[in-house]
Design a protein around this ligand. Sequence first.
Ligand code: 6AU
Length: 265
Amino acid sequence: MKLTYGERSAMAVNSVGKALFQLMEEKKTNLCVAVDVTTAEELLRIAAETGPYICLFKTHVDAVENFTESTAKSLLEIAQKEKFIILEDRKFADIGKTVSLQYGGGPMKIVTWADLVTCHSISGENAIIGLKSASKDLPRGCFLVAEMSSEGNLITPSYTKATLEMAEMHPEFVVGLVTQSIMKETSCGLIQLTPGVRISSGSVHSIFATDGLGQRWSSPEDAVLTRGADIVVVGRGITEARYILHILCEKGHVDEAMVKKTEDY
Ligand code: 6AU
């Protein structure tokens, strides 16, 4: 029997995981936008524009040239207004002590503004314990990377299985798993987050059939119906499609009405 996100919210142990399920139910969205941009201005613009339609806003702040405390403050204001949760895709992958320093301090002070982070399971459960210790009493949590979308990645089925077990052992901090395939044996309180998703039909999108750097995309239908995604992560499928449309519009290849239509998502 399929449970609703609202019902699964009650099964989540971590408070951010609970809130995320509730948001998905309320806003009727399971879209996470991946914002891989290089300026704070672009990051905030995309936050304001996509905010009403997403449950999760995923950043890579170490790629943003001018990310400051004030950017984080503005992002938090938009998140509160538009009701979405912030995920910094830091993919921590070190020993417990080191990740606690990287998470709690450094130039980005990730723990002060990101509700959630991503973490590899490669170094063992102490990475989770390190993150938890740095989060002190703040409502925080993480997704563990169980599978990857990139061609040639070294993750094996036994690594994935061990990652699921690690997640089940730390439901107080782990809100879910980054996956590519359905994880039938995971508890319903954990969220499956699936990246490598985009709509491939249509002439504009087909410009990006591949990124030339090993990313593998599947359709939203495939991600949700076959691969068991609770949340789909879409980056360039959103950010660059709109960019391209604006350029095509400036060049007179598409009219403004079409650009406006895609802006309505
Ligand atoms: O839709 P894209 O390809 O433009 O962006 C995909 C986003 C990027 C990646 O860093 C991230 O998803 N990602 C992850 C995550 C979320 O951890 C794991 C993975 O296996 N593949 C992947 O693309 O921001």
